[in-house]
Design a protein around this ligand. Structure first.
Ligand code: BGC
Ligand code: BGC
Ligand code: BGC
Length: 441
């Protein structure tokens, strides 16, 4: 496997999944606080109230990353720590936390990659309609301005959103993520406001960051395959590609909403105001790619619209929650490079959950995760060779954490966390990653 010496090998996390300390230092309530405290919302009835207690243990966690030799760390900022009411008064103590974190990273020789939104919307904004309210896009741009003003001298890589598909569809259509709404019309308006908020924020961020910084976004993408070569199945794959990938990527890269998908949505399409399409296509310096699994679909005329049947290969190996298909990473990178030609791409998330447990020797022998990472790294190397301007790779995730609706039942970390004692044990995969980075830099 060939990688450039300056390739950014990193790990990723997100605020609500690791920080805990939900009442510390003036943090406001987020929609995930509200959602996790709603009976029945989370598989094991758990919350992120404590999680990995990273808010109090960040120095230890930075030291852990340093011991693994990671070059970059992608984390997200909890908006309600900065603006407890979503807008208005800035909470200095919240800003100070991220400022200290950035300093600690830089001291450890680790490059910070900051994500502004990884799903923890201030509840005060949700009370005014959340992402369904156009004002939330303006509020996001103001928050992005505050963050880049304060941290932009030291943090030079920024992302607006993590996985707008998940924010919109899991939160407002399927209702399995906060705020737990099930309404397609609202979902599509939310998806438009998310993209709009990105487009409003990017110029403000750039103005604060000046030259030499990089601004991007980290959507989740899914390569889609037809069940057979039949034209009906190929059309079905094209539909899903539109619903999942192109609905977000086409407008971000100046193509407007894809007409076929727009037509599919019929009366549920969002209200798009004059100028929005231009605003949300603000040029980015890089495209982040979160990749976990592909989709394979057949045409299903008898099923409700969009007439799809998921036929993902039952013979493929699986992690604790998904099929394993490393070639999908190559395919989606090549597709995005071909269709949008972003100046640079980063894999901003890729990783796997397995049912890990420490053995008699108190070590965690997660051979499955090592095989998973190695196979995916090989596909990244293949994409580089094919001409994709891939600049870095962030493994999801540094440590076991609060896995959203699955609570603590899924362990995605390369570090084991004992949630009773907060003890961290680097799994075999973390040590393997450390050696891999050393060998390739
Ligand atoms: C996957 C989807 C999945 C979603 C929620 C995405 O990353 O690509 O297939 O439904 O996550 O788990
Ligand atoms: C192609 C896309 C297509 C998708 C669904 C991908 O392999 O690159 O252009 O939309 O499959 O058929
Ligand atoms: C999300 C992470 C999540 C991971 C594993 C991604 O969709 O960005 O927050 O933990 O998938 O499910």
């Amino acid at each position: 496997m060939d990688f450039p010496k300056d390739f950014m090998w990193g790990v990723a996390t997100s605020s609500y999944q690791i920080e805990g300390a939900v009442h510390a230092d003036g943090r406001g309530e987020s929609i995930w606080d509200r959602f996790t405290h709603t009976p029945g919302a989370i598989k094991d009835g758990s919350t992120g109230d404590v999680a990995c207690d990273h808010y109090h243990r960040y120095r230890e966690d930075v030291a852990l990353m340093q011991s693994l030799g990671v070059k970059a760390y992608r984390f997200s900022v909890a908006w309600p720590r900065i603006l407890p009411q979503g807008t208005g008064e800035v909470n200095q103590a919240g800003l100070d936390f991220y400022s200290r974190l950035v300093d600690a990273l830089l001291e450890a020789g680790i490059t910070p990659f900051v994500t502004l939104y990884h799903w923890d919307l201030p509840q005060a904004l949700e009370d005014r309609g959340g992402w369904n309210n156009r004002d939330t896009a303006e509020a996001f741009a103001a928050y992005a301005d505050v963050m880049t003003r304060r941290l932009g001298d030291r943090a030079r890589y920024w992302m607006t959103h993590n996985e707008p598909w998940c924010t919109a569809f899991l939160g407002y259509d399927m209702g399995i993520f906060a705020p737990g709404i099930k309404d397609l019309k609202v979902t599509l308006q939310v998806s438009h406001h998310l993209l709009l908020s990105h487009g409003l924020a990017v110029p403000a961020m750039r103005a604060n960051l000046g030259d030499g910084a990089a601004v991007g976004i980290a959507p989740n993408f899914m390569p889609v395959y037809p069940a057979t070569d039949a034209p009906e199945d190929r059309a079905a794959a094209r539909r899903l590609d539109g619903l999942f990938n192109r609905w977000f990527a086409d407008p971000l890269f100046g193509k407007g909403y894809p007409q076929d998908t727009w037509d599919l949505y019929g009366e549920n399409v969002p209200d798009v105001q004059p100028g929005d399409i231009e605003t949300l296509a603000a040029p980015v310096d890089f495209l982040g790619v979160n990749y976990y699994n592909p989709g394979t679909v057949a045409d299903a005329p008898d099923a409700p619209p969009p007439h799809l049947r998921d036929v993902s290969d039952p013979d493929l190996e699986r992690t604790a929650d998904r099929i394993i298909y490393p070639e999908g990473l190559y395919d989606i990178l090549v597709q995005l490079h071909r269709d949008y030609n972003p100046p640079a791409l980063y894999i901003t998330e890729n990783g796997a959950a397995f049912h890990d447990e420490p053995g008699e020797d108190s070590r965690v022998h997660d051979a499955g995760r090592i095989a998973f990472l190695e196979a995916h790294f090989a596909q990244a190397a293949r994409a580089l060779k094919a001409g994709v301007p891939l600049k870095g790779y962030f493994v999801w995730t540094l440590m076991d954490n609060f896995e959203w609706a699955a609570g603590y039942t899924l362990r995605y970390g390369i570090t084991w966390v004992d949630f009773e004692t907060q003890r961290r044990i680097p799994k075999d995969s973390a040590l393997w990653y450390r050696d891999f980075i050393r060998k390739h830099s």
